[in-house]
Design a protein around this ligand. Structure first.
Ligand code: ZN
Length: 87
């Protein structure tokens, strides 16, 4: 854990986040990819409904229980098609 207070992702909200909303846009992301939004108690329902309506919402997790999945971009995969050629 780090010391930075998580802030709610809702526009204009500066409240400390208490929830992590994990989501995935199948048109943009591979199925195991997780984007995350942070939400305070007030905005959790609003933000999760926004994602749920679009079929993007995967999980809502209390912030303290969230474990960041390994970011595929941080662990270069030699088989990834976008890996640059070292020529
Ligand atoms: Zn908020």
């Amino acid at each position: 854990m780090n010391d930075v207070s998580p802030i709610c992702s809702a526009k204009g909200c500066r409240t400390t986040a208490a929830w992590v909303l994990a989501w995935n846009n199948p048109k943009l992301h591979t199925p195991d990819r997780r984007k995350t939004w942070l939400a305070c108690d007030e905005h959790r329902e609003h933000l999760s409904r926004f994602l749920d309506l679009r079929g993007f919402l995967k999980d809502v997790v209390p912030f303290g229980q969230w474990q960041e999945p390994e970011d595929p971009a941080a662990t270069p995969n030699p088989a990834a098609p976008e890996a640059p050629e070292a020529s």
